[in-house]
Ligand binder design. Structure first.
Ligand code: IMP
Ligand code: MG
Length: 178
């Protein structure tokens, strides 16, 4: 845990998140309509609350799997090196896949993860990201669906952490150092 003191300013309320999750799920359901099974892949750990809410609103046969890629450690700066710390349990060859990510920031994590998953030849591979910080992008990549575009602020809550804390906040807030 960091020594630096900070406060959290609410940025997106729990109510706004719930409304947006419902919209995203509707679009995803329409997009994959007719599929025999949608494999929803949550990127650990930041997406765990988002994926839990999202899959409950998706009106399709769904399998849930998780993948953990290394990225930030305990700092607020992005590292470019991405390793798979925990791989999927299931096969995705020929399957419809939806990757669920908390935040697309520089884009390194997502582009690496997609490159790895593409080698397994899924039928369709799309991405739903809760948050997008387009001003921070270094890799030309965009999620198929994005919940909210946000400015270049470090955020926490609704599954997203700062030094592993604040994931349990029901809303999304910006960290302000004192
Ligand atoms: P990228 O590889 O730079 O796109 O980083 C994406 C990952 O960094 C996300 O999945 C988050 O885990 C983490 N991240 C990026 N911005 C924030 C933030 O504001 N708060 C907490 N984690 C973040
Ligand atoms: Mg992440």
């Amino acid at each position: 845990m960091s020594e630096r003191r900070y406060v959290i300013d609410e940025m997106i309320s729990a109510k706004q998140i719930a409304a947006r999750v419902e919209e995203l799920a509707r679009e995803i359901t329409d997009f994959y309509r007719g599929t025999d099974k949608l494999v929803v892949v949550g990127l650990l750990r930041g997406s765990f609350i988002f994926i839990a809410d999202l899959v409950r609103e998706i009106g399709l046969p769904v399998e849930v799997d998780f993948l953990e890629a290394s990225s930030y450690g305990n700092a607020t700066e992005s590292s470019r090196e991405v390793r798979i710390l925990k791989d999927l349990r299931g096969e995705i060859e020929g399957r419809d896949v939806l990757v669920v990510e908390d935040i697309v920031d520089t884009g390194f994590t997502l582009s690496h993860v997609l490159a790895i998953l593409r080698t397994r030849r899924p039928a369709r591979l799309e991405v739903c990201a809760l948050l997008d910080k387009p001003s921070r992008r270094e890799v030309d990549i965009k999620a198929t669906w994005t919940g909210f575009e946000i400015p270049d602020k470090f955020v926490v809550g609704y599954g997203i952490d700062y030094a592993q804390m604040n994931r349990n906040l029901p809303h999304i807030g910006a960290v302000r150092f004192l």
